[in-house]
Ligand binder design. Sequence first.
Ligand code: GLA
Length: 667
Amino acid sequence: MKPGLHTVTDGRGLLFGGDYNPEQWPEHVWEEDAALMRAAGVNLVTVGVFSWGRLEPAPGERDFAWLDRVLDLMHGAGVAVDLATPTASPPPWMGHRWPETLPVDESGTTLWYGARNQWCPSSPVYRARSLEIVTDLVERYADHPAVAMWHVGNEYGQVCHCDLTAANFRRWLTARYRTLDELNTAWGTTFWSQHYSDWAEILPPRTAPYIVNPSQRLDWARFCSDALLDQFKAERDLLRARSDKPVTTNYMGLFKPVDYWSWAPEQDIISNDWYPDLADPRFPARAALTHDLMRSLAGRKPWMLMEQSTGAVNWRPHNLPKPAGQLRLESLQAVARGADGVCYFQWRQSAFGAERFHSAMVPLAGPDTTAHEEVRAHGLELQQLSAVAGTEVRADVALLHDWNSWWAAEERARPSDRLSVVEQLTDYYYPLWQRGVTVDLARASSELLAYQLVIAPSLFVLSDEDAAALTAWVRAGGVLVVGPFSGLADPRGHLHTGRFPAPLREVLGMSGEAWRPVDGDLSCSWRDETGFNTSGFRARDWTETIRAEGAEVIATFDDSHSPAVTRHEFGAGVAWYIATLPDADGLSALTTRFLKDAGVEGVLHSLPPNVEAVRRGDLLFLLNHGDGTVSVPFDGDAVDVLTGTPLHDGAQLAPRGVAILRQHSGA
Ligand code: GLA
């Protein structure tokens, strides 16, 4: 069987641990670390993410002795190691000796060493030096019994605009377009006299006097994601050539610069870093959405939370600590949504460096702290859940999210910058999350047969083939919901001519002719009598002038009386179009209708506010994100698997409490 997360969880159960940076501490502290890890049920640590300078103190020198001792110590303590390639932060000698390895921003400014990420994905020197250290690392440790998996780099996302990158961009464009004529057509260079007569004239989008060509920028975004992937693959291939252990790199959720759909097939394990902003009232739903994305990237199989924080981070302007119980709640939320590992940044809080004020599993105040006690209790509790590892989460609903469309939709010089792809995604996700409806993320080109309801909150770029596939899917019985500003552009970023959304007109049974951003919000009324228990809703910032062409008008804008929401019965299915940004009540009412059309229900009949419910395998996870105690009713009998308590017809959840139930009957 292919190496994967199961290779690491087999015999270990759910993975629990964190980034471990022993090089910041004298060796006597390592002994204490090992003892504390054991006591806290830690079974996996990520070592070496930022160790390049310790492993190669000067060009070509090697110092692995300390890492030998760390790995032996971890093995002795029964803690497996996720061994990192140290390539996210080259030592200062690299930028000093070879300044061309340093990244350059849009304005031509060099980004110097002294922080991290100071490397250019197109630099041959960086590539060669990074592969040398990776080769030596894997040669030395491939057979070390502590090493259970590999972690390549860290949070890929660095972009560079230098001349080396320009040359690589041209190579990438040549492979895509073959001829300059093709490129000129794709970039629409008859506009503003941008015609290219020689490949050598083509540059990355650099700081320019005015708005840069959006098709050029779209290809640039694609290129940057591919260039980083190329570096990942080069390192991964060296690891794979010598080791049969699975390889990962840690994602950053809905991170715009990197198209994780194109990255996911290249990894053995999908892993993510997640740091919620506790000041955001919707942060629990955003967490759920991000976890669902990771599970979807993993092919609806388990994934791993590589980093989260036990308490406050240090990189927001004002860093809120986590209240008691929050660490456990967030971690179990990830498990509920398919995580087979819940790890932290980092094991021991740094006493120096840029992250001195970041929380950790062992705070600077030591193990005799509430924070560490919570960590230990949680680690031990996870051992009771080892049977959860490998089980799956099923969803009947898919939300479409596509990086190419995201890049293109948010280019400068558009009708309104108040349309945000991620906010629209979150807006549509939220009422589903509130109802305990589990959601996968997918692309328009994905296989959608598993789903009854597919929602595309924002799909600005849509190819004709993908539109045809969506149309066929609805004809065969699917329920499709399309949000505003969708189906407008082809994969080059060129707008379709004719009434919009051209490729979806037939399936939606409507068409539009103008975008009408508005200042503030405006009222909308339902036209359809059934199913809504509000008289109307408010819509903000955005409206479109559309007309029904076979669809039923479900809601209208009160100012113009023109349609705001349409519903079209098409073949055996239904297609909705939403020509605005409805408020939460409006979207909630609409979601009830979408679900009814699709015959989809939440995992429980009703859920109190702030309670999340999700089924994983044969377990029902109930998570209380609120500050008060709540009762969650369900039919029949269940057992709380953590406490062994039998329950009848419902469970009580303390503030930030979690119940994991095995139900015997009922729903
Ligand atoms: C990211 C990085 C870590 C650390 C944390 C701090 O996730 O991968 O190295 O900087 O952020 O929150």
